[in-house]
Design a protein around this ligand. Structure first.
Ligand SMILES: [Zn+2]
Length: 143
């Protein structure tokens, strides 16, 4: 049992940069619920590669925009033995999930629980975002 939910601890979500040393922390509990549903569906652990980002870390990662990571509403995850295609297909069935992105450099999936309408994209390289078109889906084995 974690301190946030059955499988998750706040430490899974903290910023990993050296400036804040994880002292700053926000997490949206709706997002934790999504991750519990995801792990439960596939009966596999969900590994959080990146969760909350402090402002300094966000500036280093994405200079232009204030990302949902700074609100504790976004994570990058990976699951052993479950493909990005399977993960993304399941995420589409969850209404709370509004941002779905494939990070092609490390094969992690971005999930966020923003309030706005759903968006899907692929990120190729550090800051190159494109809509998840049919062409991109084919290129990355998502269909
Ligand atoms: Zn930090």
């Amino acid at each position: 049992m974690g301190d946030l939910s059955e499988h998750f601890n706040h430490k899974d979500f903290i910023c990993r940069c050296n400036d804040c040393r994880g002292q700053e922390f926000k997490i949206h509990l709706g997002l934790v619920g999504v991750l519990e549903e995801l792990g439960g569906h596939f009966r596999k652990p969900v590994k959080i590669v990146q969760g909350f980002r402090c402002e300094a870390e966000n500036d280093r990662e994405e200079k232009s925009k204030k990302s949902f990571h700074t609100f504790g509403k976004a994570v990058h995850i990976i699951m052993r033995d479950v493909s990005p295609k399977q993960i993304i297909e399941f995420l589409r069935t969850l209404d709370e999930v509004r941002g779905i992105g494939l990070n092609t450099d490390d094969n992690t999936i971005h999930i966020d629980t923003r309030r706005e309408d759903r968006q899907e994209w692929v990120r190729e390289g550090k800051n190159r975002y494109s809509p998840m078109s049919t062409e991109k889906k084919k290129q990355y084995g998502l269909i």
